[in-house]
Design a protein around this ligand. Structure first.
Ligand code: GLU
Length: 310
């Protein structure tokens, strides 16, 4: 039996949702993901996560690619340039999601859920990030098969949930956080297909990272708990998970996680205010402790010797 090994040349990715304009928090994640893979001479893949149609903003995808280019973060595969695992836009990737869904269904690992959002959601656990969801109380987990069949036959809308066995919820080792363990009981049965038949984030991201042969996932630490769910899907689909590195989320001056709500924190605003890409990269590098001072620097000057683990 051959020991598992990490590839010498990893494939990394940046997976933005085209729901607005790039802000410093997005740029920070994109930069660290790029540095990590470039330091190992690996390819950088850009994938647009646009399944949540009502949140998609026209022109956002083009703007995100322009911003990456402006920052000096080049990519080898992506929506505009294709590549061996095209398409790189989730809304065009229905086939792989349907195949994974069938695998999970055939294995009895998912079940239909007829609950409405209002049935489930308690104000205290309103989702904060794409991977978060209110803890599911298990209402539809053990419905008798004939009851399920009757409801489906009557046309009742239903999502599909992954059946989480508490014993299967395992800690994992993150390259930045070290060992991460979800609080006991915090990972409920999660949605893999929404009632409108759209694949949920958890399933789509795992199916795509498998299909695109991604070896390292560098993303915001708001997705740490989601990773625990995603690892269950990797196992269920018989795939080896990538290495994970969850990077700190930048905070605004108000101490709140940076988002498009913050005035003056989008790349467009900063550019219009006369900031150069090098000054933004220098600011981000300083924030992450890569440079002692926030001096202008080009992204490619940060590549040599870059290591996420420090
Ligand atoms: N599309 C997700 C977001 O923009 C990121 C997903 C991921 O990196 O796994 O928040």
């Amino acid at each position: 039996r051959v020991a598992s090994f990490r590839p010498m040349i990893p494939r990394g990715r940046y997976a933005p949702s085209p729901t607005g304009t790039t802000h410093l928090g997005n740029a920070s994640t994109a930069l660290l993901a790029w540095l990590s893979v470039r330091a190992a001479s690996g390819p950088y893949v850009v994938r647009l996560e646009d399944l949540d149609r009502p949140r998609v903003v026209a022109g956002s995808a083009e703007g995100i690619l322009r911003d990456l280019d402006w920052l000096g973060l080049d990519w080898d595969e992506g929506p505009d340039r294709g590549g061996p695992y095209a398409p790189y836009v989730q809304s065009e990737r229905g086939g792989p999601y349907a195949a994974a869904f069938e695998t999970l269904r055939a294995a009895g690992l998912i079940y239909p859920c007829f609950c409405s959002r209002r049935d489930i959601q308690s104000a205290a656990s309103a989702p904060q990030s794409p991977g978060d969801e209110a803890l599911y109380p298990g209402t539809c987990r053990d419905l008798p098969p004939d009851e399920v069949a009757a409801r489906v036959a009557s046309g009742r809308a239903h999502a599909w949930r992954f059946r989480v066995e508490p014993a299967a919820v395992a800690p994992f080792t993150d390259r930045i956080h070290g060992r991460y363990e979800a609080p006991p009981g915090s990972i409920g049965d999660f949605v893999v297909r929404r009632a409108d038949r759209v694949p949920a984030y958890q399933l789509a991201v795992v199916v795509d990272d498998i299909a695109m042969k991604i070896d390292e996932v560098v993303r915001g630490e708001d997705l740490l708990a989601s990773t625990v769910r995603q690892l269950l899907l990797y196992r269920a689909l018989g795939a080896t998970p990538p290495a994970f590195a969850h990077v700190p989320i930048l905070l605004g001056a108000d101490g709140v996680r940076l988002s498009k709500r913050h005035q003056g924190a989008t790349l467009r605003e900063l550019r219009e205010a006369g900031e150069s890409a090098a000054s933004i990269v220098g600011h981000l590098a300083h924030q992450h402790g890569l440079r002692p001072k926030p001096e202008p620097i080009r992204a490619r000057q940060l590549v040599a010797g870059f290591d996420l683990g420090i």
